[in-house]
Design a protein around this ligand. Structure first.
Ligand code: GDP
Length: 298
């Protein structure tokens, strides 16, 4: 599969896509900076972050004539600098089972991401159990079972509409009894009734802490990159609902909105544990800040 990430090619749009473009020299003046800001905002970086990035680039260089290649390099370096601290693989705790709660709105790619994660951990020789905690969405449970089969991982389910916390408790019991390395717990993503969802997530956490006070070891928020700036408000919302410890950004294949990752890193500083770059089981990659910055600046 194509390791394609964001595809806006920001700098390409600054000068047009001619062969001569990279060597065209432009003064780093107000007009240029404004154009850069607009391009960054159009790549969904958000106004605050775009302004900060361009200000940092201009610092000590204002008015200087630079080639587009040089500007591209500066921009990529600045973006990579913001992204480096958040690029962190999912931390592995010695605790067995390591419990990972997966949260996010419906459609963000939670089910797919759990399948991909399960497959990666299986490939690394870990024993994995999945709990289909979105008991209100029969389709989600079925999808998760399909992913479990693909990944070679058992999926624990409960009758439709039953209490997700009791499923989580059963899953903890089973994972402990079997000495499983990792327990991935899916959760509901209905934001229509936030109070209910908050109570549901809190109850799951309470119940699994009865089994292991240090659990959940990670609470992953899955975000859909194609929602652009919406991802920012989803982080804000889910941080109120759960103790989000890190992010996985899906659908970075073929979106021009990858800039939102920069805004997220700049605003929240939450670790980005992985990125989804397609619908297949292997389409989950570690987040590479330099590669990302290069793809984004194009
Ligand atoms: P959920 O409702 O949050 O569980 O979302 P799903 O896992 O069912 O994903 C919703 C849709 O997004 C499905 O059609 C997935 O195939 C698709 N999807 C998930 N992750 C990615 C990704 O990284 N890239 C692409 N292109 N599609 C994805």
């Amino acid at each position: 599969t194509e390791p394609a990430q964001a595809k806006p090619g920001i700098l390409g749009r600054l000068v047009g896509r001619t062969d001569a473009a990279p060597v065209v020299r432009r003064a780093l003046d107000d007009e240029m900076l404004e154009q850069l800001e607009e391009l960054l905002i159009s790549a969904d970086m958000g106004v605050d972050t775009a302004l900060r990035v361009t200000a940092n680039i201009a610092e000590g260089r204002f008015g200087r004539k630079l080639s587009v290649e040089e500007i591209k390099g500066l921009l990529a370096a600045e973006i990579a600098r913001i992204m480096e601290p958040v690029a962190r693989p999912l931390p592995i705790y010695p605790k067995v089972p390591q419990v990972v709660l997966v949260v996010g709105v419906n459609g963000s790619g939670k089910t797919t991401t759990i399948g991909k994660l399960a497959s990666q951990f299986r490939a690394a020789g870990k024993s994995v159990i999945i709990a289909a905690g979105d008991t209100f969405r029969a389709a989600a449970v079925e999808q998760l079972q399909v992913w479990g089969e693909r990944a070679g991982v058992p999926v624990l389910t409960a009758p439709e509409g039953s209490d997700p916390a009791s499923l989580a408790f059963d899953a903890m019991t089973k994972a402990e009894a079997e000495g499983a390395d990792l327990l991935l717990i899916d959760t509901a993503g209905r934001l229509q009734n936030r109070a209910d969802l908050m109570e549901e997530l809190a109850k799951i956490v309470r119940v699994i802490r009865k089994k292991d006070p240090s659990a959940p070891h990670n609470t992953l928020l899955v975000l859909d990159a194609t929602t652009g700036q919406n991802a920012l408000s989803q982080v804000e919302t889910f941080r109120k609902l759960a103790d989000v410890s890190g992010l996985i950004m899906t659908k970075l294949d073929g979106t021009a909105k990858g800039g939102v990752l920069v805004a997220l890193a700049d605003k929240f500083g939450l670790p980005i544990h992985a990125i989804g770059v397609g619908e297949q089981i292997d389409d989950l990659q570690a987040f590479d800040p330099e590669e990302f910055a290069k793809a984004l600046t194009g």
